[in-house]
Design a protein around this ligand. Structure first.
Ligand code: NAD
Length: 239
């Protein structure tokens, strides 16, 4: 990452978002980290409390942020998964999952993109998932992350000549609260997930952060519209 760039990271208080924030701050970037509440008293960046599931509160927060800061890059990391098999999908849950993963990302990027265009430099990284290739019991989640994949390519086309790059990072199972909520340590569900990963282990949040920080860097300036799978080989076809 180029020092002194300002990066807005959503879902920054724990897991992958916190690892991204730590690495960016270590590299000299200024991080504006949105989450509902800071778990860590010494959050490394500027903590911005906001419930992104509330569109009005999100609009107010983004208005203040973009008034007070030049946001050079956005990492849409906040996400939610509510697993349900087909036939038992609760439409309210479908709406919740699409709303946080997709609407909040669109709203965040829309608030920041004009500034990036004006300054002639920008980076957007969307955190999707291996679920874009299909995952049992994850209809809402795979639909939401597939929508983010489509937005990644569409925004890459619309922003290429500014030049602002837009890419996605698609993690496999990563050792975070979100993963362990549905795959408790030592459970059959965790063993089944690991069985699908050729490397036979969970990813570490820092390994996802490394890919994100590369895509945010000047070195990645000719990469746009791509999805980088960081999943221990879990997306290799026919595995
Ligand atoms: P996590 O649940 O550990 O952390 C999620 C972060 O998002 C937290 O900081 C939380 O405060 C924030 N967040 C959640 N809802 C919010 C809301 N309404 N408003 C503001 N902030 C909110 O999750 P994680 O595992 O670190 O996942 C981060 C991203 O990576 C998500 O988009 C997730 O879908 C994706 N992902 C995770 C895995 C995995 O195995 N952990 C795999 C693939 C993709």
């Amino acid at each position: 990452m180029v020092p002194e760039r300002t990066v807005l990271v959503t879902g920054a208080s724990r897991g992958i978002g916190l690892a991204i924030t730590r690495k960016l701050c270590h590299e000299g970037a200024q991080v504006l980290g949105i989450a509902r509440s800071a778990r860590d008293a010494d959050f490394p960046g500027t903590f911005v409390p906001c419930d992104l599931s509330d569109a009005r509160q999100t609009a107010d927060t983004l208005q203040t942020l973009t008034r007070d800061h030049h946001v050079d890059a956005v990492v849409n990391n906040a996400g939610i998964a509510l697993p349900e098999p087909l036939g038992q999908i609760d439409l309210a849950n479908l709406h919740t999952v699409l709303d946080l993963n997709v609407r909040a990302a669109v709203q965040t990027v829309q608030a920041c993109v004009d500034g990036m265009r004006e300054r002639g430099w920008g980076r957007i990284v969307n955190i999707t998932s291996r679920a874009i290739f299909g995952t049992r019991d994850r209809s809402s989640y795979s639909a939401a992350k597939s929508a983010l994949t489509g937005l990644t390519r569409t925004w890459a086309l619309e922003l290429a000549d500014h030049p602002i790059t837009v890419n996605a990072v698609a993690p496999g199972p990563v050792d975070t609260d979100l993963f362990h909520r549905t795959h408790p340590a030592g459970s059959a569900a965790e063993a089944a997930a690991l069985h699908t990963i050729p490397m036979g282990r969970l990813g570490r949040p820092e390994e996802i952060a490394a890919a994100v920080c590369f895509l945010l860097s000047d070195d990645a300036g000719f990469i746009t519209g791509q999805t980088l799978c960081v999943d221990g080989g879990g997306s290799i076809p026919g595995r």
